[in-house]
Design a protein. Structure first.
Length: 187
């Protein structure tokens, strides 16, 4: 018997002073049995950094698990259905990322996992640097562990972004989202 995804609900308040973007979002996320709390929270961080009225979690991922190459974790499409933004969380296959770069105007990968993420970047850097529309962001392991500790099925999160820094929290708990931009694509 196949295990089904667990549904998580998140009320997310975003105050992004850098853009400026101030909005509340009611998110519904499917957490596949193979997905960790850490990865779930990385997806929420990615949503917060790129929040927009047309940004959405890919529907094919709701039951398919985190490794579908046909759809990203998040995407934003224009009114014609063309993909403007493709966002992946984790350590995706280089070939899949290059395909995404051909399909979308901009691709962002949120890598995490500490040393595993560093090794992934070393192995894939040469091939990925050819993609001019690709941005790779490496989240610190301390950040993703702290975010995972916040995970629960009913979240009430707030996110503040100012001067390139980001904080995510629930109630009195605050996590500074520390990251390194490994590669900055052109938009």
């Amino acid at each position: 018997m196949a295990l089904s995804s667990t549904i998580y609900k998140a009320a997310l308040q975003i105050a992004d002073m850098d853009r400026p973007y101030y909005h509340d979002h009611a998110l519904t996320l499917a957490r596949h049995p193979s997905e960790t709390d850490e990865r779930l929270m990385v997806r929420i961080v990615a949503f917060a950094r790129h929040a927009d009225e047309r940004l959405s979690f890919a529907q094919g991922r709701l039951g398919a698990g985190p490794n579908s190459e046909d759809e990203p974790d998040l995407w934003r499409k224009d009114l014609t259905g063309a993909v403007e933004l493709w966002v992946e969380a984790g350590l995706p296959d280089e070939r899949a990322i290059r395909q995404a770069c051909r399909r979308a105007g901009r691709v962002v990968v949120y890598a995490y996992g500490g040393r595993k993420a560093d090794l992934w970047w070393e192995e894939n850097r040469a091939g990925l640097e050819r993609a001019k529309n690709l941005t790779v962001i490496n989240l610190s392991p301390e950040t993703t562990r702290a975010l995972a500790a916040l995970a629960k099925r009913g979240l009430e999160l707030n996110c503040i972004i100012q001067d390139g820094q980001m904080w995510m929290g629930e109630g009195e708990e605050r996590v500074e989202v520390k990251f390194t931009v490994m590669m900055e694509g052109k938009t």
